[in-house]
Design a protein. Sequence first.
Length: 196
Amino acid sequence: TNRHPFKRLLSAELPQIEPLGSVRIISRLDHSGIAPLASALRICSQARFNQPDLHNWLFSSLRWNQTEIDSDDGLDINTLHLPPGGQLMMRWIKPWKRMASLNRLGIDYIMSVADTALFKQAPAVLAICGGRAKQDIWDAGRSLQRQWIALNAAGFAVHPYYAVTDLGNRRRDRLLLPGWDGPVEKAEKIAAEALG
């Protein structure tokens, strides 16, 4: 998986799998259906760039050179679609104190726009929707895995975006820094309305 550009039009029909339990797989195949989801994602992405634990987790998982990449754990920096100088910028913002200072100047917003640009332009978005009970979560994960495998087998590249779910769960668990509960709740409502 990577966040590099992809074709803007679907080359074939998307394969459909039968979701498990109460899970629903909802597809959005046009800009009007994807735009509100992109809006919700952008809000949660900005919130994510303002959470020191998530910032530190991301940077602890990045692998910067070939030796680290060859260890086969973590996230290869080359899978991120960074502009020229992007890797240097990422190294520069690695310390949370620096990122927090830059957030006061709006870097969090700029990065959230960049983070969601490809999602906004995607030819298709599939949403895995389900309940919060343990069995629902298990069924959602298994449905996601099956859908992912079916898409790959049909020649489609896929990338997961889970910021809305992750930040929503963090909001309910009271793990967000002050000031972010409202925006994340708004994003959840946008996504819920867009997905019915």
